[in-house]
Structures are given as C-alpha cells and as structure tokens.
Design a protein around this ligand. Structure first.
Ligand SMILES: NC(=O)c1ccc[n+]([C@@H]2O[C@H](COP(=O)([O-])OP(=O)(O)OC[C@H]3O[C@@H](n4cnc5c(N)ncnc54)[C@H](OP(=O)(O)O)[C@@H]3O)[C@@H](O)[C@H]2O)c1
Length: 217
C-alpha cells in the first residue's frame, strides 16, 4: 500500500480519486493551498462511506513531501506554477497528471493550446527528476464520488517510464470497474486530454457523465 497525495485535492477530481484510492487501502493526503480547506475536504470524503479510510488534509507542499505517489488535480490555469513551486518535493516520485487544459466558449467546451503539446508534457518538461504519468483524464469525478458505484470504464495511461506506468496501471485497476489501457508515450496524452473535452460536450447534450471503453483489446 502506498501514500498517495493530491495536489489541489479539494475539488471533485482529487476528492473522487482520493476516495477510491483510500477505499483500495492506500493512505491518502488531500492537498490544498489552504490546510484547513484540505482537512475539511478529507473529512467530507470520510463521510461518504462507513468504511474506515485513512485520509488527512495538508497544504500542497506537505502533501508532496509526505506522499510516495502524487496526483496533480488542479485546473490548468494553476498547473505550471504549481509544478514549479513543488519541483524539489516531487523529485524522484511518480507524478500522475490528470489535468485537461480547457475553456468554455459560447457554452461549448474547447481545448486550450499548450506550448509543450499537453498538460502532461508540460509536467514532464517542468519535472525532469520525477516520473510523470498521464492518467484518469476521461473518468468522471461524479462517478468516482459514489463509493458504491462500479466505475465502468477504461483509463488510458501514458508515460515514458515503464515501471512507473505499470504501478499506476495497477493502481487504476484497484478501483472497482476500471480497466487500465497502456496509451504509450507521454507525447500521446494530448489526444486523451482532448477526448475529455468531447465527453464534456456530449455530457451537456445527454445530461450524463460519459466515460470511454476501448473495444478490440
Ligand atoms: N472533474 C472531473 O470530472 C475531471 C475529470 C478528469 C480530469 N479532471 C481534471 O482534474 C483537474 C481537477 O478537476 P476539478 O474539477 O477537481 O477542479 P477544480 O475543482 O476546479 O480545482 C481543484 C482544486 O484546485 C485548486 N486550485 C484552483 N485554482 C488553482 C490555481 N490557480 N492554482 C493552484 N491550485 C488551484 C483548488 O484547491 P485549493 O483552493 O483548496 O487549493 C481547487 O479546489 C482539472 O485539471 C481537470 O481538468 C477533472
């Protein structure tokens, strides 16, 4: 079992993944720019289930320091500065980037152009001493936050370090219903991030929380 931290873990994505990781038996730290907000979010997660979970809150720096695996769950606006601030704390660790660079234009979700290609590649460039993995972009936080629901979808996982990618694939499959799919190199993450934008537009039309499954594997 690992100690897993969430930078910007007070939003739905960090809370949802934090819940599922804790349910799988990991020790979870919810990070925030404000430690009180982090503690409150950790308590909110515990209240979602009667199962005893090991979750606490801390500021983002402490979260990055104490965790063995660190998820980045901030909006794209805060992505690069957050990585730069935590570069030394994240050194030598697996960093899982879930960030989708997006904006809303005339009620439609659209991608934001990222100079490095994708948010995950931006992390890869800014954190040369970490093992950056892209994952969980296409999973609905709403579904993750329902502890008794099976999250029936695929999670495509990218990264250039096979050992780290395998660890995160196993972690993903620890969530009830999820199948991990190897998406190849970190350079492939742009297509996965953009797929989330399509799903969000589909969600608006159908008023659902769509996810993806790849057939033929
Ligand atoms: N929601 C989903 O279903 C989903 C699915 C797949 C991927 N994602 C990705 O996961 C990430 C988080 O999604 P979310 O919906 O949880 O986002 P969110 O609620 O908008 O933000 C998460 C947390 O990030 C922190 N934050 C906000 N602005 C920040 C900034 N400028 N700098 C540093 N920290 C900041 C806040 O925590 P504090 O104020 O407590 O620091 C906030 O609670 C996004 O990049 C999103 O694209 C989300």
């Amino acid at each position: 079992m690992s100690i897993i931290g969430f930078i910007g873990g007070t939003g739905p994505e960090g809370k949802g993944l934090g819940l599922r990781m804790a349910m799988a038996g990991h020790e979870v730290i919810i990070g925030s720019r404000d430690s009180l907000r982090a503690t409150n979010a950790a308590n909110d997660i515990k209240e979602l289930t009667n199962t005893k979970l090991i979750i606490k809150g801390a500021d983002n720096k402490q979260t990055a320091t104490e965790s063995e695996i660190v998820f980045i769950t901030v909006p794209y606006e805060g992505h690069q500065n957050t990585l730069i601030d935590l570069k030394s704390e994240l050194s030598g660790k697996i960093v899982v980037d879930t960030v989708v660079p997006l904006k809303v234009s005339k009620g439609n979700f659209e991608s934001i152009e990222v100079p490095s290609g994708s948010a995950a590649e931006e992390a890869f460039i800014n954190l040369p001493n970490s093992h950056v993995i892209g994952a969980f972009h296409n999973v609905s936080a709403v579904e993750l936050l329902k502890p008794t629901t099976s999250v029936d979808c695929d999670v495509i996982i990218t990264g250039n370090n096979s050992e780290s990618k395998n660890i995160i694939m196993q972690l993903a499959e620890g969530i009830n219903g999820i199948r991990a799919v190897d998406g190849g190199r970190i350079e492939n993450t742009k297509q996965i991030e953009d797929l989330t934008i399509l799903l969000l537009n589909i969600n608006k039309i159908y008023k659902k929380h769509s996810m993806i499954k790849i057939v033929g594997l």
